[in-house]
Design a protein around this ligand. Sequence first.
Ligand code: SF4
Length: 260
Amino acid sequence: MARIDQATLEQATFAAREEGIDREPERLIRWAGDLLGENLMMSTAFGKSGMCILHMVKDVCPELPIYFIDTGFHFKETLEFLAELRDLWKVNLVARKPALFGVEFVKKFGDNLYETDPDLCCHKNKVEPFRELFGEEGEYQAWIAGVRRDQSSTRAQAEGIELMGGNLVKIQPLAFWTKDLVDEYTKKHDLPQPPLFSMGYNSIGCEPCTSACGDSDDERAGRWAGKAKTECGLHTFWQSKENQPQEGGDDAEEEAEKPS
Ligand code: SF4
């Protein structure tokens, strides 16, 4: 399917905001599906917001490709949950791996890059395999993500529809939702939950970079604990396409199982 041009995107976004569609999650997902068709995808690591959106997507856009970035470092429980959810909800879940995965990655970068240079580790394992989906040869121009304003100060300006330039669009159906609304929706619809949540984790990330954090209200507590890092780069590379980190560089975000 040909990509939608920037002028059409801008007009459609303006009209959607005027109508308040960007603040109504299911309506926004339907709007994005109608406008963008096969140019639209979703990604998730099965966090709390992601599970709410996935539940809406399965009814509103059941064919939508839903990508999980399999870094090779995810908890085995997360990978098992992916397979169970695919069977249960019959959703089009795709595990996408980086070019160098598992043993091959360790051969080139060693077995503790997440310690020595977590930004480069996230860039190689998350940002690169994800960015390829949107490049010149990429299949998509729009991405549904689970970002919410109340998750962190770096996300406080998030919008329901974000035009990223270059005909790229980010759709964030829960941008204006609060944690309480997410919890309410989760309970109301009795959504399946990744096992890590009952094991004391607040966020679903890579095993070496995610810690259990007990009763903390901070949904992103336990990610890169003790480090200044707060994002893997999936939500920031859009703004910095001209300034991507080189090997040994500076960018990155979340999940998986130790390399074998
Ligand atoms: S979250 Fe940690 S293990 Fe996962 S890609 Fe980033 S640095 Fe590597």
